[in-house]
Write a protein that binds this ligand. Structure first.
Ligand code: CO
Ligand code: ZN
Length: 328
């Protein structure tokens, strides 16, 4: 779990992901992969094979905020990077790249009624603009402060979305024993702002098949919509999300691999968001794409919650998928 902790502790909102890239690139090279990056920064780790081209993707960015104005009293005004739940931002801590910590605040009514981000501000305790500008500039980004904690089989942290996906890819890269596939492990940039890195990197790779690894909502909290996906249910095999209808053959193959290898799984239909799978599927003349997801509660909060057993099920399933002899 040490690697997952390291990955989540890096502060890397969309477009400011260089620290994650360098850690991943170093590890991929150590594992004997050939590593390149594309124009948007995605890291592409390649292991040559004579079989079909298989692309495995997980995104490196996390949600955050960007400074757009600092007022005379030293309060910092901001815009969202990715999908923030505005109602929940009250008194939330954010951390800037230089370590400066601030609190998101506003009049009570803003959070309860209008949720206008323009009326919220970040308080870093500065007495005026001049003092604030010594620490934070317009254009600077910050992420949620949410320490990694492990209790029993449960992990809670910021940025499990989608560092846990990066972790699963890295583990699979290490675990693969024998594969004929031409393997491309892609750590994609800027997913949270519109699935951008997956689009450019899939164009570079032009795979025959693809699997995106990300987090997905669970249906097991008291107020959640009904869903098969649950904590402890194993790997969630994606059938659909808002960006993709997964290829029927890929879904079937993943389920068969799970059954044959006694890997627990559920079927995922995510109505609330898209993933890298959507962009990859629309590349070139179309790519047969599926997804393996980690069931996570409280996605896009500083306290995303997952089960180690589910994460391990995803690693096992992805490893088997990489070893499987894919045919069109
Ligand atoms: Co997300
Ligand atoms: Zn994600």
């Amino acid at each position: 779990m040490d690697l997952l902790k390291r990955l989540t502790e890096i502060d890397a909102p969309s477009g400011r992901e260089d620290m994650v890239y360098s850690l991943i690139a170093d590890m991929a090279k150590e594992l004997g992969y050939e590593v390149t990056t594309d124009g948007l920064g995605s890291v592409i780790a390649h292991k040559k094979g004579d079989g079909k081209k298989l692309m495995l993707a997980a995104h490196t960015d996390e949600i955050g905020v960007i400074v757009n104005y600092i007022d005379d009293n030293g309060f910092i005004h901001f815009s969202a990077i990715g999908g923030l739940y505005k109602k929940e931002l009250q008194k939330r801590r954010v951390r800037f790249k230089n370590g400066t910590v601030g609190i998101i605040a506003a009049d009570e009514d803003v959070f309860e009624k209008t949720q206008e981000i323009n009326k919220m501000y970040i308080d870093i305790g500065a007495k005026d603009r001049e003092e604030a500008e010594r620490l934070v500039q317009i254009g600077d980004t910050a992420v949620f402060d949410g320490a990694f904690c492990l209790s029993g089989d449960t992990v809670i942290s910021k940025a499990l979305d989608d560092r846990v996906g990066c972790y699963i890819l890295l583990k699979a890269m290490k675990n693969i024993k024998d594969s004929d596939n031409d393997l491309y492990f892609v750590f994609t940039s800027q997913e949270e702002v519109g699935i951008r890195g997956a689009k450019t990197s899939a164009f570079t790779v032009m795979p025959d098949f693809a699997i995106a690894v990300d987090v997905t909502d669970t249906g097991d909290t008291p107020d959640a919509p009904k869903s098969d996906v649950r904590l402890g249910g194993g790997a969630a095999i994606k059938a659909m999300d808002r960006s993709v209808m997964c290829d029927v053959g890929v879904v079937k193959t993943l389920k068969k691999l799970a059954q044959d290898n006694a890997i627990p799984y559920t079927t995922e239909i995510m109505t609330d968001g898209g993933t890298d799978a959507g962009a990859i599927a629309l590349t070139g003349g179309g790519v047969k794409t599926g997804g393996i997801s980690v069931p996570v509660r409280y996605i896009h909060s500083p306290s995303e919650l997952a089960k180690i057993s589910d994460i391990n099920a995803c690693i096992d399933l992805l490893t088997k998928a990489c070893e499987y002899n894919w045919q069109i």
